[in-house]
Design a protein around this ligand. Structure first.
Ligand SMILES: Nc1ncnc2c1ncn2[C@@H]1O[C@H](COP(=O)(O)OP(=O)(O)O)[C@@H](O)[C@H]1O
Ligand SMILES: [Mg+2]
Length: 241
């Protein structure tokens, strides 16, 4: 049986009295890419916040390689090996590219091949060219690369990418897709939150579709590719392939 990198069981999340996630359950296989899809407001980012401990689950359990992490503080969860590339990127605009990467470096864990500036520059040659430039002056696509680089500098066992393609031109979205494929080939376990189902279905092995805080579908990318209705019904758009 495949190793579970991250499992979410019966997750209920609230903002105050507002119940937003209703028993969400799924498991990311180690070295796999799981796409978390759903309309705007479906609860994708809330799910990510719960995994990171920023919005602790009111009910349910989250495990990282078998160890319960729900209930721990965000810093502990990050140290145990979950890296977040948040929606909207949140780089430091007035720091240089290199400084943005350097401040995200975490003490090396037991990982065999830790991320270094050199490896990030190898993955994103443009970041090397622009290493002394202020991050705020980068294009949207470059800022997304930098945000992913920052996430990797923490040497995460599981990388969470929240809508990396948001607001990017189609060619740049393709580049983000290639980056995700390359990380997957290197063995990185990834949860990819997307509204761009086409991009997600190109790179994902597993798919979870959220609809108003509930899992409408949990299965393989192949199953979703073979059933356009799943996408039209739950994302409200036609997915051409
Ligand atoms: N900080 C917050 N306080 C109250 N409600 C929120 C907050 N953030 C999100 N919500 C609500 O929770 C629901 C899920 O939002 P979110 O997880 O951001 O969706 P998605 O990421 O799928 O677009 C939405 O109804 C949204 O309005
Ligand atoms: Mg979101």
């Amino acid at each position: 049986m495949a190793t579970e990198a991250l499992s979410v069981s019966n997750l209920h999340a609230y903002y105050g009295d507002s119940h937003v996630l209703y028993g969400v359950s799924f498991a990311l296989e180690a070295r796999g890419v799981l796409a978390l899809l759903g309309r705007n407001g479906a609860g994708k980012s809330t799910c990510i916040s719960s995994i990171m401990g920023l919005l602790p689950p009111r009910e349910g359990e989250i495990k990282l390689f078998g160890k319960t992490i729900s209930g721990l503080a965000p810093e502990q969860i990050s140290k145990l090996g979950i890296g977040l590339v948040p929606q909207g990127r949140r780089i430091f605009p007035s720091l240089s590219v290199r400084e943005n990467l350097a401040v995200a470096a975490q003490r090396q864990t037991e990982g065999d091949k830790p991320w270094t500036l050199a490896r990030i520059y190898d993955l994103f040659p443009r970041m090397k060219e622009r290493q002394n430039q202020l991050a705020g002056s980068l294009s949207g696509g470059e800022q997304q690369m930098l945000a992913i680089g920052r996430g990797l500098m923490g040497n995460p066992k599981v990388l969470l990418l929240d809508e990396p393609s948001e607001g990017l031109a189609p060619l740049i979205v393709q580049e983000v897709g290639r980056t995700i494929k390359r990380l997957k080939d290197e063995g990185q376990s990834i949860i990819l939150v997307e509204q761009n189902s086409q991009l997600a279905l190109e790179v994902a092995d597993q798919v979870v579709i959220l609809n108003t805080g509930e899992c409408a579908f949990v299965g393989t990318a192949e199953e979703v590719r073979a059933n356009d209705d799943l996408i039209t019904q739950n994302l409200g758009i036609f997915h051409a392939h």
